[in-house]
Structure formats: C-alpha cells, structure tokens
Design a protein. Structure first.
Length: 572
C-alpha cells in the first residue's frame, strides 16, 4: 500500500516537487485529473503525498524460493527511506522462477523466459502509473538482469537492491551449499555416497533465506551491478540475514530521491566504461557464464554497444584472482567478512584494471565508493593481481566450425587445456543426464547436448544436474560438455555453453553425429569438429528442424521472438 506512515525529514517547495514529478504530474495536476486523484486518495494517500514525487518499488518477493522469500522487509525499508526523503512510494510485485528448484526438469525452460517477463512487467507498471523513480528489490538469478533491463529501458532515476546471499550450511564438519547437493547426486549414483548421507546433506545445505552461496549467477550479477554503480556500495555481498541489509534498503530509498533531485539517470551511469568495469570484475573473480548473456541484454537496453569479443578481450588482459566457489574454496559471506566486493575492486583499481572515475548512484565515483569501505588486506580469498591464480580471466569466448557465432566457457582453473574426443550426442538434457547416471559416458568423451538453445528449448535451460552428475562421478576434468543451452553459475569444469547458431536454427551443433571427433582448444579459443565442409554441407542439406514443442502460450511466443545467445538471447 502507498499510505504514509512516517513524517518526511526533507521539505521542498512546489516548484522543486513539480520538477522532480517529471512523470507523475501527468496524473496529479489539473482539474482533468480529478478521477486519477480520486483513485489515489482511495488508498489512504493525502494531498501532501500527491504533491510529492512518486517512486515505484518493484518487489520480487515470493514463496517459491529461499532467494526471495524475505524480500518484503527490504521493500518496506526502502519505502520508509523514500517517505523520509519526501517522496511517495508505491509497491508492486512481479515474478520469479527458482533455478535451483526447477533445475533438471521441464520447468527450467521458464528460467530465462522469466528474465524478459520481469523486465517487461516492471516497465509496464512503472510506465503506466507514471512513476518518477524506481527501486527494484530482487535476488534470484534472473531477477537482477530483469530488473536492470527494465531500469535501463525506462531510464528514470533508479536503484537496485539485492536481497543478499544465503549463509553456508554445515555437513560433516565442512561448509556446504547447493552446489554440493547437485554433485552428491552423482556421487550417490556411482555408489560413493550413501542415501542416508545424501538425505543428511540435503537437509543441511541451505540453512535459510538468501541466494545461492557461492560466486554463482546471483552473486556474480550482484557484483557486476555494484561495480557498475547501480546499487549502493556493499550491496552485493551483505548476507540476507545480516541486520545491516534493512538499513541499506532504507538508505537506498533516500538515495533514489537524491537521484531525482539531481536528475541522475541510469544511462548516465550504465555507460560502456561501466560495463567494461563489470566484465573486468566478473572475469577476475571467475564469475558465471550467465553474466555474458545478462550483461549483453542489459547493455542493449542501455543503448551500449557490447559484443562477445569484448568479454574475451577483457578476460585475456585480466588476472583471475578470486578463490571462490564453484572453482575455489570460499562463498560470498566469507568475502563480505573481509570487505566484500570493495576488496576485489581496490586491488583491480590499484593495478589500473578498473576505470575508477565512472559515476554511481551515490553521486560519487566508483573509486570513491570503494575506497570508503574498510577491507581486510591479510586474507586468502582475493589474490594480488601480480600474483594471481591465473594470468588471464575466468571466461573465454570460443569460435570454430562448431560455433561460428561464438560459444562461452568458464575457464577458471583450466585455461591452458585442450580436450579432444568422440562426440556423444544427446537431444536435450534428460537423455544426457540418464546416460551419465547409468555410467554410459566415459573419460575422454565430448558430451553434446543440443536443442536446448533460446529457440530450441525454448528457454535455454541450465544444466547443473548434468554437470553436477559428472563432477560427482569423478569425470569433471576428463569429460567436456558442449551445448547450445546454458550452465548454472555453480557449474565448473570444461563446460561450453551458448553455442551459436543453435541446433534449432540449423547451427553446426545440430549436424553432429555420434563419434565425430570434437576438439575444445581453450588456449586458442577454438571449438571444432573434424568433419570436412563438404560432409557438413551434405548433412545440412538433409537437416530438418525439430517440431515445435510448444505452439501456444509464453514459450511459443518466446521462441518466435528470442534472438541468438550471441546477442544476449533478448526478445526486444
């Protein structure tokens, strides 16, 4: 509800308010707007409320995932901050889909689709109700890019609030998280874990609210958004259960009012240089491959020219310096105890790898924000750039006769490896998972999972169940996986995703046959099959598209509209 429950601590004259009410005056000013005002007054608003700038609070709280179950208290705190700064907040809800719960099922097709629905729904309400400013409160993987796409599209003063990371669980004396449960499924299938231990781990891995603990997609994107300057300093790493998170949300409410006063808008902050900073930090930390899709989609909405080659160029020139899961030892809550993202940013700034003069929602530069946060230098989570875990970053873009438009791999920990082996070809994820669990996939195989792309899935499912099964069976470093689908941020090992063009549009991955020799050459950024162009041309001539799985509803609509993964899999 939009009712006033606190007294503003800021006063402005009518002229200042009208300047800040750059949209809401459409529905509050003049005799002809009496019907609109009557509707607003019905919600308990006062005339003073109507005279103030209107701020939308997009709250992605829901009961479908621990990532989002708690977001209501942050939305309420943000509303208090808006009111205290003489603004009038209006809360509304939108959707989320839990990747961790739907993973490995048909329901996972909805995950990437939800990013577009989130962006569209926030745009529709904020535009339709003539809001002057926007605060989004999100947590699960697609919340963040969906929110940021809407923010960039609307280009009104805005701030993103992250719901925070979950704390690690404890199992047999070790910290654990959801990644361990997925990998334990593979260990159980191979007989390396008892059913009792699997059940015990299941009950201990996720001790409460918050997004997945490691540097998976949610924490990767919260990091990128903070570095980009669209959330308050420290937002990315504060655990969901930390009391300071509520205070931060309240400060975000006041901050958006300051943005309205200064008329500082998202596209003033979300510049190409800000995106380059975000990419630099993601690859330095070994973040999720999904950041490629999401940052490209966000850049498109911000009218910033960003391509796959930008990711590879930056990664080649950025050291990998974070020891964080899934490829390392630590989780986001550990990083927070040592200063959070600022610890990484300070080291990258000192090494000349970040552009510190980019603007942020605080009205200060990135460098000013990061330097103001206390950090612990004596720790073993973030390495020094001149003594990195690897001299190059954690993501790479591959090209070749299997990926003419590109493919993405997380290379953290295996930058110099080459994999060559026979293709094991599977049409969609379920068949591959079953073959792995039944021991049909052997060391040296190259597992191909196709018709999982943006159009072919549709929806580009993540495959943490498959990668977890491989890790759990001890095949994580000896079996490469290649797909036109996606991977969870919790996946690690030689996993190539986003292969484009996808199988559903006749891409080369759709022309492979069992036993073709595939080479994944990470140092040379190549993904190739040892088949002549003449043979491939012959196969292409016989290729027929698969029959559409969904002919009505959101999935049919998405499949018709969505672009290639090489362009961010966007629908606009």
């Amino acid at each position: 509800m939009a009712t006033t429950t606190s007294t503003p601590t800021v006063t402005r004259d009518r002229a200042q308010n009208l300047r800040m009410k750059h949209r809401s005056k459409d529905i509050t000013e003049g005799p002809e707007r009496a019907p609109a005002r009557a509707m607003l007054l019905a919600m308990g608003l006062s005339q003073e409320d109507l005279d103030q700038p209107f701020v939308a609070i997009a709250n992605l709280a829901s009961d479908v995932t621990p990532c989002n179950v708690h977001l209501g208290r942050f939305a309420e705190a943000a509303k208090q901050g808006v009111r205290g700064a003489a603004g009038t907040p209006f809360e509304f809800g939108t959707i989320t889909v839990s990747d961790g719960i739907s993973m490995g099922t048909e329901g996972m097709k909805a995950s990437l689709v939800s990013r577009e629905v989130i962006a569209d729904s926030i745009e529709v309400v904020t535009f339709g109700e003539r809001m002057d400013g926007l605060i989004t409160v999100g947590a699960c993987d697609k919340n963040m890019p969906g929110c940021m796409m809407a923010i960039a599209r609307l280009n009104i003063p805005s701030i993103f609030i992250y719901g925070g990371t979950i704390m690690p669980g404890s199992f047999q004396g070790n910290d654990v998280n959801i990644q361990d449960v997925f990998e334990a499924v593979g260990a159980y299938a191979k007989g390396n874990m008892s059913l009792e231990d699997l059940k015990d781990l299941e009950c201990r891995a996720c001790p409460g609210e918050g997004s997945c603990a490691g540097l998976f997609t949610a924490n990767t994107m919260s990091t990128a958004i903070e570095i980009m300057g669209m959330s308050l300093p420290g937002d990315a790493s504060i655990p969901a259960v930390d009391p300071s998170k509520v205070d931060e949300a309240r400060r975000a409410g006041a901050a958006v009012m300051r943005l309205l006063e200064e008329d500082l808008r998202p596209r003033d902050i979300m510049t190409r240089r800000a995106f380059e900073n975000a990419i630099t930090t993601v690859v330095a930390m070994g973040g999720s491959t999904n950041a490629v899709l999401h940052l490209m989609a966000m850049a498109r909405e911000a009218n910033v020219d960003l391509s796959l080659d930008d990711f590879d160029r930056i990664s080649r020139n950025t050291p990998y310096i974070a020891d964080m899961r899934p490829g390392g030892r630590y989780v986001m809550a550990d990083l927070h105890r040592h200063g959070g993202v600022a610890l990484m940013a300070k080291r990258l700034l000192r090494a000349g790898l970040l552009q510190g003069d980019t603007m942020t929602v605080t009205g200060k530069t990135l460098a000013e924000n990061m330097e103001a946060i206390p950090t612990v230098e004596d720790q073993d989570i973030i390495y020094q750039p001149d003594a990195p875990r690897s001299p190059t970053g954690g993501l790479a873009i591959l090209y070749g006769n299997l990926a003419p438009e590109g493919a993405v791999i997380k290379v953290a920990g295996h930058q110099e490896k080459v994999y060559r082996g026979p293709a094991r070809v599977f049409e969609q994820e379920e068949r591959a998972f079953r073959a792995i669990q039944e021991g049909q996939v052997k060391e040296g195989d190259i597992v191909i999972i196709r018709y999982e792309g943006p159009k072919g899935g549709p929806g580009m499912r993540e495959m943490l169940a498959v990668t977890g099964a491989l890790i759990g069976q001890g095949l994580g470093d000896s079996v490469a996986l290649v797909t036109d689908g996606r991977f969870s941020g919790a996946s690690h090992g030689p996993m190539v995703g986003h292969v484009a063009p996808e199988a559903a549009v006749g891409g080369p991955i759709g022309l492979l046959v069992e036993g073709d020799i595939v080479t994944l050459d990470i140092p040379n950024r190549r993904l190739d099959v040892s088949v002549t162009e003449e043979e491939m041309a012959g196969r292409r001539g016989k290729w027929q598209p698969m029959e559409a799985r969904y002919t009505t509803g959101v999935f049919a609509k998405y499949a018709k509209l969505v672009s290639s993964a090489s362009e961010g899999a966007v629908t606009a």
